[in-house]
Design a binder for this molecule. Structure first.
Ligand code: B12
Ligand code: SF4
Ligand code: SF4
Length: 221
């Protein structure tokens, strides 16, 4: 089957399951830190993203809500289902494919996943890394979650977008921890982590979530 045709089929499958963005990045060799899977030869990253519910995000005022926690898990499950379907489709064509979990941490010292969805998404043209350190999609802002399928199937790749925060600074004032600075490179991860530890206490949230810089970011509107 022609790679162009496979890409079209994959894209419509992913859209049919609820993702709103789809892109392909030619990554070269990627190392997995889990020690449990080898990504050797899996140089294509297919990234896709689903929107978060505006209704849920609007319910967040100064700390993450239990509803946001539930929703975050639901969207992760949806992304994992899409990744599984896509990886199964590719494997059945005779290639190797790994559905990278939407939110699994594999290195607890450095807090990293198998593969960074933000990096793959940026290289696949789905958005830019914003002042809030998130992948910002022009249409949906940072109100999105992502997952990736790594494969040795070579597909026509996309190009990164131009960075686009421009004059917007909405996330800077929204962050309760002062973690967001003038430039994306100024983002202070330590401050963010400390704030998340505090901010999730009022509603007794088990997951490391916050949601305020997600809610604030609408992209270009
Ligand atoms: C562990 C983790 C965390 C840790 C932080 C770990 C860390 N080291 O960064 C904690 C618990 C603190 C955390 C917090 C949050 N997280 Co989190 N997290 C992850 C997870 C599971 C792994 C991240 C990882 O491997 N990081 C390692 C580094 C190397 O990669 P990275 O930070 O993803 O990407 C960096 C490089 O790409 C680099 N980069 C690449 N190109 C460029 C270009 C420029 C110009 C610059 C400056 C940088 C740059 O900068 C990126 C950002 O630091 C991912 C899922 C995944 N597998 O990607 C979700 C993920 C990153 N989290 C996500 C979210 C939404 C959040 C929170 C908002 C919490 C919440 N849900 O409410 C906050 C946001 C904090 C923030 N503003 O960055 C989303 C981001 C979605 C989006 N729109 O971008 C992800 C992708 C989960 C998902 N499935 O969608 N997270
Ligand atoms: S997740 Fe919360 S603490 Fe971290 S940067 Fe976003 S708003 Fe700030
Ligand atoms: S809220 Fe505005 S400044 Fe912050 S990341 Fe989004 S677009 Fe960029």
């Amino acid at each position: 089957m022609d790679p162009e045709e496979i890409r079209k089929t994959a894209e419509s499958m992913v859209h049919g399951m609820g993702a709103v963005v789809f892109g392909v990045a030619d990554l070269g060799e990627v190392t997995d830190e889990s020690g449990e899977v080898s990504l050797s030869g899996l140089t294509t990253g297919i990234c896709f993203g689903c929107r978060l519910s505006d209704v849920v995000l609007e319910g967040i005022t100064d700390h993450p809500t239990r509803t946001y926690q539930y929703h975050y898990r639901q969207v992760n499950t949806l992304l994992d289902q899409i990744g599984l379907r896509l990886a199964t489709y590719i494997q059945n064509l005779g290639y190797r494919a790994f559905p990278v979990p939407s939110s699994q941490i594999v290195n607890w010292d450095r807090l990293t996943g198998h593969v960074s969805h933000r990096t793959v998404g940026r290289l696949a043209g789905l958005g830019w890394i914003g002042r809030n350190n998130l992948l910002v999609n022009p249409q949906h802002g940072a109100r999105m979650r992502y997952a990736t399928v790594m494969t040795d199937l070579a597909l026509p790749a996309d190009e990164p977008l131009e960075d686009g925060c421009g004059g917007c600074r909405a996330c800077i004032s929204a962050c309760p921890g002062g973690a967001i600075g003038e430039e994306p490179g100024d983002f202070n991860l330590e401050k963010c982590k400390e704030t998340i530890e505090e901010i999730r206490k009022p509603a007794n949230i088990g997951s490391r979530i916050c949601g305020l810089c997600v809610k604030a970011c609408h992209g270009k509107r």
